[in-house]
Write a protein that binds this ligand. Structure first.
Ligand code: R5P
Length: 334
């Protein structure tokens, strides 16, 4: 540990300990000690087992499924650190759940992304470090500083190593156009866009493919794979339009509901995700074409820079050394 990192404490919630261990490893520090236990009625109590008075505290927890439990654990952790007189508290949220309800699509519905932002600040977070927020404008829901890190350097490093010569970057919906364009610029590919219409939380209809994929290698870029509807339907559409090979790159592998079956049946050569969300064993075992890249070094470096008041935005185009991918599942997690 370097001298200027001595004042830093990094705690990891229970949702993604494998990522927490890797981040702590990158930082060269031991994780902060805490005891989490449940009362008989299921309520949580967290006891920090070291003095954090006046220290720069980072608390990591992705708020993926079970979203309510993981969010509540993070809020309790933050409250605990605030009452223990931390100098500054940064909530490190590799996957920010509830983000897709970021506006009222119809009357009498909530805006849960804003609610979560309010809860984090009220609990005592002084700043937030997130990765690939579903929509960039969610940053504006917070009145505290937000660093929205992108997993792009990690995914790009993997796809760049493939040295594709005939690449078309496909955005599976309008929301991902900018992301796909950045990949197209870096990987020197062409662009195509799918005109997607969501008809329910699990069903989508793809109406058109704008651009040409015939005889090409397709790389489809998304922020989240949840029920797999977007990914599988888009892959089928690309195949129907003559794509030669189909790769998918997404930051958050949420894999819920019918995702596994849909992805098994889709014409996809490789699905590359990151470890922001812990990979369920069942998913890892069922998807032979799954590659998981770790964002630990990237997140660890962002934490180090926040602590030292260095620039975080310069990490967006970073070519720092990322871990090699592991195929199928995270062996450290099994
Ligand atoms: C949509 O706006 C997102 O970028 C993803 O395409 C979507 O959330 C994926 O969800 P699913 O896998 O359920 O289609």
């Amino acid at each position: 540990m370097k001298e200027n990192e001595a004042n830093m404490v990094f705690f990891c919630g229970r949702n993604n300990p494998a990522l927490g261990n890797k981040i702590a490893g990158y930082l060269g520090i031991s994780q902060g000690k805490a005891r989490i236990s449940e009362f008989p009625d299921g309520e949580l109590i967290i006891k920090l087992e070291e003095n954090i008075r006046g220290r720069d505290v980072f608390i990591m927890q992705p708020t993926s499924s079970p979203a309510n439990d993981n969010l509540m654990e993070l809020l309790i952790y933050i409250d605990c650190a605030r009452r223990a007189s931390a100098e500054r508290i940064t909530a490190v949220i590799p996957y920010f759940g509830y983000a897709r309800q970021d506006r009222k699509d119809e009357g009498r519905t909530p805006i849960t992304a804003k609610l979560c932002a309010n809860l984090l600040a009220t609990a005592g977070a002084d700043r937030v470090l997130v990765m690939d927020l579903h929509a960039n404008q969610i940053q504006g829901f917070f009145d505290i500083p937000v660093d929205n890190l992108g997993a792009e350097p990690v995914l790009r490093a993997y796809f760049a190593s493939k040295e594709f010569k005939d690449l078309v970057l496909v955005s599976p919906d309008v929301g991902n156009i900018k992301r796909a364009r950045r990949f197209a610029e870096h990987l020197e590919g062409k662009m195509a866009i799918i005109d997607k219409r969501r008809i329910s939380g699990t069903e989508i209809i793809n109406q058109n493919l704008i651009g040409t994929v015939k005889g090409k290698t397709v790389l489809m870029i998304d922020d989240i794979i949840a029920t797999g509807g977007t990914t599988s339907e888009s892959a089928k559409l690309c195949k129907e339009h003559g794509a030669k090979k189909i790769y998918v790159g997404a930051t958050h592998g949420v894999f819920c509901g019918p995702a596994v079956q849909r992805l098994q049946e889709a014409p996809i050569d490789e699905i590359v995700i990151t470890d922001t969300v812990p990979l369920k064993d069942k998913v890892a075992k069922s998807l032979d074409n799954l590659v998981v890249m770790s964002v630990a070094n990237l997140m660890g470096e962002a934490i180090r820079r926040i602590h030292n008041n260095d620039s975080v935005s310069s990490l967006f185009n970073s070519t720092m050394n990322f871990e090699l991918p592991f195929i199928g599942k995270d062996k450290n997690n099994s």
